[in-house]
Ligand binder design. Structure first.
Ligand SMILES: [Zn+2]
Length: 277
């Protein structure tokens, strides 16, 4: 053993993804004395602007949105007590098919080797014991999430330093409950059409394929507050409408699929650091 602290690195696409997908584990592990490093790949410039102005609408200024989202990200990191924030500052590529996919500087246009080399440098510096990112579909198909997955897996290959690697996921049983709560709280949310319902049914994993269930109930208040720091983004408002208590009931467990392990820890497991301490 060295005196180097155990370290968790989460690689995310946009400001706010750290809160939605991993707010619970980030808050929990830092409370347990583990160093938490957040890498945010893009500036979030294709998000909603001040006053809810949508990308592509008149008055939407990606540079101004990026500045606002950087401040929100710093506030969220304060709530989650993130040890180190690293921003790669690529331009947000927007949703699949948007013209911003092809804009110069867009993360989606960045060669994987280039992004991976920068991330590998951070991995050599922090030497994370656990790395968390998205699956190869970026969970729901957003190009920046897919690209974050690609550069992370390439950087892990380059560095070969990290004993445990995870992809975020959601159990299908949870997706179903989530759909019910969405209809309850989203008054303007219509029943999904069959194509959308089918696409949604492909998101996440069957419960028995999930390797790792981490109880973060005690930290769901912090997760809620981190999300509230990103209240400018329309999709977060739905969560905030639930209120802290309901949010905690629904979002108190974060789930992952373990894709690399050199510790031999048995699965299913309830701790990303099982086998490391
Ligand atoms: Zn995102």
């Amino acid at each position: 053993m060295t005196d180097r602290p155990l370290t968790l690195m989460a690689v995310h696409a946009h400001p706010d993804d750290e809160a939605t997908g991993t707010g619970g584990i980030l808050a929990r592990y830092v409370a347990e004395g583990i160093r938490t490093v957040l890498v945010t790949c893009t500036d979030g410039g294709c998000g909603d602007g001040p006053g809810g102005v949508k990308p592509g609408d008149p008055g939407h200024d990606p540079a101004a949105v990026a500045l606002m989202r950087r401040q929100e990200l710093e506030a969220s990191c304060g709530v989650l007590k993130i040890s180190d924030l690293e921003m790669l500052d690529y331009a947000d590529s927007g949703m699949m098919g948007w013209p911003s996919n092809d804009a110069p500087g867009a993360f989606w246009q960045t060669p994987v080797e280039e992004g991976a080399a920068r991330l590998a440098e951070l991995m050599r510096h922090y030497r994370p014991d656990v790395v968390v990112t998205y699956d190869e579909y970026g969970f729901y198909g957003h190009p920046d999430h897919i690209q974050a997955h690609r550069i992370t897996m390439a950087a892990l290959e380059m560095t070969a330093l990290t004993p445990k690697v995870y992809w975020t996921t959601v159990p299908r049983s949870m997706m179903q409950r989530f759909g019910e709560v969405m209809r309850e709280f989203g008054e303007d949310m219509p029943e999904p059409d069959p194509a959308e319902a089918a696409a949604r049914a492909e998101i996440g994993l069957p419960d028995d394929e999930i390797t790792t269930w981490v109880d973060t109930t005690a930290f769901s208040g912090q997760k809620f507050d981190a999300l509230a720091a990103h209240a400018s983004q329309g999709e977060n408002i739905f969560f905030l409408k639930m209120g802290k208590e309901r949010f905690g009931e629904l979002m108190g467990v974060e789930t992952f699929v373990r894709v690399r392990d050199t510790t031999g820890a048995a699965v299913p497991e309830n701790d990303l650091f099982a086998g490391l301490r």
